[in-house]
Design a protein around this ligand. Structure first.
Ligand SMILES: [Zn+2]
Length: 248
């Protein structure tokens, strides 16, 4: 954060005076504003650089076909997931997206990258978006039962936020234990958002069978109504690769 003070362009003031006497925001000010917006949107620091531009299709082989891929290659699946997620965000900006995306795939397949890219894209377009990890969502909401008044009111505000934010991104659904309570919370959120025509993007490691094992039919039908299922698979864990390796 100390960088802005050394900004060679504006000297840290955040604005640049133009010849006609008016002023414009300096690039360092815009970057600071975006950083503040990313933090407010709940995006962890490690995900703030993940954009659609940096999603590397070269990581997905076009000559290998995953068993679960329904005859599509890794590359075909990745292209479809990329195009659909981006199109969904573009539609949000135009005011027309209601059905979000359910990104399903193995650990390290790039789902979280696409989800974070959606957040970054929407923030650049000045849209209301909120990102959170499913396990944290449930953990925080649980505090509405047994915390002090301040904790309870914080949990209540979070509940309102996840219900009402224009685009909600839930990462890693299923990384926690399911209970009747988590199922009912998820149903309430999805149901509210469906009725309000708000967009939800969810990532999960669970395949169809695991979804059926952990969610009831009513919840699955709500989930599918809200989010178009989209497979994203990788033949190895992309998170273990050296950053920048492999090129664009
Ligand atoms: Zn500056």
């Amino acid at each position: 954060m100390s960088k802005q003070l050394d900004c060679p362009i504006c000297g840290g003031s955040g604005y640049v005076l133009l010849e006609d006497g008016s002023a414009r925001a300096c690039e360092c000010y815009k970057a600071r504003t975006l950083l503040a917006a990313r933090n407010a949107a709940g995006l962890p620091a490690a995900l703030q650089q993940m954009t659609f531009d940096k999603f590397n299709l070269a990581n997905y082989p076009g000559n290998q076909w995953p068993t679960a891929g329904g005859g599509k290659s890794y590359l075909d699946l990745a292209k479809a997931a990329f195009v659909k997620t981006k199109a969904c965000c573009e539609a949000v900006v135009k005011g027309g997206c209601r059905r979000g995306i359910l990104l399903q795939g193995n650990v390290g397949s790039g789902k979280t990258h696409l989800a974070a890219a959606a957040v970054n894209y929407l923030l650049e377009q000045h849209r209301d978006v909120y990102f959170l990890i499913a396990s944290e969502l449930f953990e925080e909401l649980k505090k509405s039962f047994d915390g002090d008044e301040e904790t309870k009111s914080k949990a209540w505000r979070l509940q309102q936020k996840v219900k009402r934010t224009e685009t909600l991104i839930i990462d890693d659904l299923g990384s926690h234990n399911f209970s009747d309570w988590t199922r009912s919370v998820l149903f309430t959120i999805l149901n509210y958002r469906m009725n309000e025509e708000l967009t939800t993007i969810i990532t999960t490691n669970m395949n169809g069978e695991q979804l059926r094992e952990n969610l009831d039919n009513r919840l699955i039908s709500r989930l599918i109504a809200q989010c178009e299922p989209c497979l994203l698979l990788a033949n190895n864990d992309l998170r273990l690769q050296i950053p920048g390796g492999g090129g664009k």
